[in-house]
Design a protein around this ligand. Structure first.
Ligand code: FAD
Length: 423
């Protein structure tokens, strides 16, 4: 039996339950969700749909959320900034209380969360979808100050605008150098879509420029499709160097805009884009739900922490492989968690958990590719449904690629409407 049901029965029976001294809802249970991005905002909205009697509070510091999906298209000049930003009026209109603050601490025993403005909120269930934080300093020379010179742009916002400004300021004939990190990172195809979009910008504005991808991996997501598309659209402009060919970067000198590899090669960049090693967002660590990897183990049937019952964690912060760290997955996981929380609070069995993911990448205008997967929960783990996913065919023609580019745009519009509603 979970703690909430146990609490309810105790309260009804003996009336001896000592509730924590923090404020609680008078009617219905209170679910607090931290993080108003892909996972958190979805969870808040679908909790509302699952149980209109719940009190739902969403904690998110930003007034408007800027999506990482399609931020590469902004870099390539194919999207404007506003079209990638979303406000919270739609969630408020759905009856969700949205507080623009940062969650600073979680007291799992007292079931409370403390916000940056000092407010302490009690919860019956807590949702955490804080996304990623960076392991500053793990890559020698790369810390927060260095990111102002060599932007990561791996959380969409001012960093994305800084990277775009640097690309605009770079002289024609310069080299855009991208560093791809070791370990799990958000959006496995993201670096290669970024290289494609920067190539599109160079092709149309700075055709003598080059792109060098220094990769800690020896293979990457949708590799044959990306490399085919690069050759077709950009010729020799993009060079990819895998780990075995001296692609592993071990040090960065941000002020000199240089990346140094494991074999000691120094690469001088016109624009240096360093994607740093990552871990779960800080609040997950404070809540005690991360393990030694820095990520959050969860029970796949409910996306509930294996370490602290009552806390459901979603999205990039979780260990959910073989699901990738994508917005699509965060959205799917949040729906599973919302259904499980609502069922549990109502004393019902949650429905079976199933998940899907499609990651679209744009290589050039009208030239899209995708990878899809279908997953389910089995004995606490996420497992892939064999034969249900796949990647775009390598031998498809331009019409197929155009259709996938259109599907990608359609996906973005529909998932943003699903999550934030009105822009
Ligand atoms: P986020 O969406 O990042 O949301 C986390 C939220 O939590 C943020 O709003 C943050 O402000 C808030 N937060 C953090 N800490 C706190 C705190 N202490 N208190 C309160 N709030 C807090 N995915 C796709 O599916 N398709 C794509 O095409 C795609 N393209 C991408 C391109 C790039 C360049 C990148 C970097 C990523 C891309 N992704 C894509 C991945 C996608 O952005 C992430 O997987 C997704 O955002 C994860 O959702 P999340 O809820 O875990 O985190």
């Amino acid at each position: 039996m979970n703690t909430t049901r146990r609490e309810m029965l105790l309260a009804m029976g003996a009336g001896v339950l000592a509730l924590p001294h923090v404020a609680r809802a008078q009617t219905g249970a209170h679910v607090v969700v931290v993080g108003g991005g892909f996972g958190g905002a979805t969870a808040a909205r679908y909790l509302r749909g699952a149980d209109p009697g719940l009190r739902i509070t969403l904690i998110e510091p930003q007034q408007r959320f800027v999506t990482c999906p399609f931020s590469n298209l902004y870099l390539g000049g194919l999207r404007d900034w506003d079209s990638n930003t979303h406000g919270y009026d739609g969630l408020r209109a759905a009856g969700i209380e949205v507080i623009h603050a940062r969650a600073e601490d979680v007291d799992a025993a007292a079931r409370s969360v403390t916000l940056s403005d000092g407010t302490r909120l009690g919860w019956d269930r807590l949702g955490l979808s804080p996304g990623i934080d960076f392991r500053w300093g793990e890559l020698a020379g790369y810390d927060e100050a260095a990111a102002e010179l060599a932007p990561h742009a791996w959380k969409a916002g001012p960093q994305t605008q800084l990277l775009r400004a640097q690309l605009e300021a770079m002289e024609d004939g310069g080299t855009f150098v991208m560093v791809v990190p070791e370990g799990a990172f958000r959006c496995p195809p993201g670096p290669y879509e970024r290289a494609s979009m920067v190539a599109h910008y160079f092709k149309t504005h700075k055709p003598r420029s080059k792109i060098l991808i220094l990769d800690s991996q020896d293979k990457f997501s949708k590799q044959p499709l990306f490399q085919q598309g690069w050759q077709a659209h950009y010729g020799e402009m993009i060079e990819w160097v895998g780990q075995s060919d001296d692609g592993l970067v071990v040090e960065v000198d941000a002020s000199a805009r240089e990346a140094v590899t494991a074999f000691g090669t120094r690469h001088k960049a016109g624009v240096l884009n360093v994607i740093p090693p990552q871990k779960a967002g800080m609040i997950a660590e404070r809540a005690g739900v991360t393990d030694q990897t820095g990520w959050v183990p969860v029970v796949a049937e409910r996306f509930e922490s294996t370490l602290v019952p009552g806390i459901h964690v979603l999205g990039d912060a979780t260990i959910a492989a073989p699901m990738p760290k994508s917005g699509f997955c965060a959205n799917a996981q949040a729906k599973v968690a919302a259904a499980a929380i609502a069922a549990d609070l109502a004393g019902r069995e949650p429905p079976p958990a199933s998940f899907a993911n499609t990651c679209y990448s744009l290589i050039a205008p009208g030239w899209g590719i995708s990878v899809a997967g279908v997953y389910r929960a089995l004995d606490g783990k996420v497992v892939e449904v064999e034969g249900a996913g796949g990647v775009s065919p390598l031998d498809a023609g331009p019409e197929f690629r155009r259709a996938e580019a259109d599907y990608g745009a359609g996906w973005y519009a529909s998932i943003c409407a699903d999550i934030w509603g009105a822009a």
